[in-house]
Design a protein around this ligand. Structure first.
Ligand code: URA
Length: 235
């Protein structure tokens, strides 16, 4: 691996800043100052320091965030705060969002730097179920619930939505589980049966439930069991 690549990834610097640090003589490899940015190092065995502080590559990171309303599910946004602004992890800049939520939707959001894992969870062919608690403008009728269970026609889409699990709850709420991820899907499904979503909260993705101890805006890393249990590898 190139030294500038190693320094950039392990110190969360841009490649240009990593190259500057190396040229300035702030980086040592196995106790020797190295100023050539393209120097090849063995990342698993070389001892690399920046300003005498040892550097290590980030490894795979899996984060659960309790997304609050008002932040966008993106890495950068010119106008609004983003979910990445809430993650004060040293390697936060390596993370991407796994399955976005709308700006006003709250609840379970996953971020990772492991592209294979995020693909297994978000690729449509894997059908990972996602459960939402929807607060509606009106009580959901049994006929409306049945239509959602059977599949509804969304504006601009070819076929019907895949069968959803629907539970009618008190106080104009409903719990809805879908295994697709079309744009604004839950809001559009409820609109298709003549209702309107006033608030939406994601409770669960596959086998993973939002940690009840995590207040809105807070995050934590997943345990190995949570990370492996969310979606079996062979699905
Ligand atoms: N469906 C929606 O309509 N919005 C979300 O944020 C997630 C699912």
């Amino acid at each position: 691996m190139r030294l500038d690549q190693f320094v950039s990834q392990s110190a969360a610097l841009t490649r240009v800043d990593a190259q500057k640090a190396i040229r300035c003589g702030w980086v040592e490899v196995d106790g020797m100052r190295v100023t050539k940015t393209s120097t090849h190092i063995e990342p698993t065995t070389a001892v690399v320091t920046l300003d005498d502080a040892p550097l290590t590559l980030p490894g795979d990171i899996y984060v659960m965030l309790h997304k609050p309303a008002g932040v966008v599910s993106a890495r950068e946004d010119p106008e609004h705060p983003t979910v990445l602004d809430l993650i004060d992890h040293p390697h936060r800049k390596t993370l991407h969002v796994v399955g976005r939520l709308d700006k006003d939707t709250t609840g379970l959001l996953l971020l990772t730097n492991d592209g294979d894992w995020s693909h297994r969870i978000s690729a449509p062919k894997h059908h990972v179920p996602k459960t939402y608690l929807a607060t509606l403008a009106w009580e959901l009728s049994e006929a409306g619930a049945q239509a959602l269970r059977a599949g509804v026609q969304l504006n601009g889409e070819k076929g019907l939505t895949k069968p959803a699990e629907v539970e009618i709850l008190p106080d104009n709420q409903a719990r809805i589980t879908i295994s697709e991820g079309k744009y604004h899907q839950v809001k559009r499904m409820l609109a298709a049966v003549g209702n309107r979503v006033e608030a939406l909260h994601r409770e669960r993705i596959g086998g993973l439930v939002l940690d009840a101890e995590l207040p809105p805006g807070e995050w934590r890393e997943l345990t190995v069991g949570e990370k492996d249990g969310i979606q079996p590898k062979n699905r």
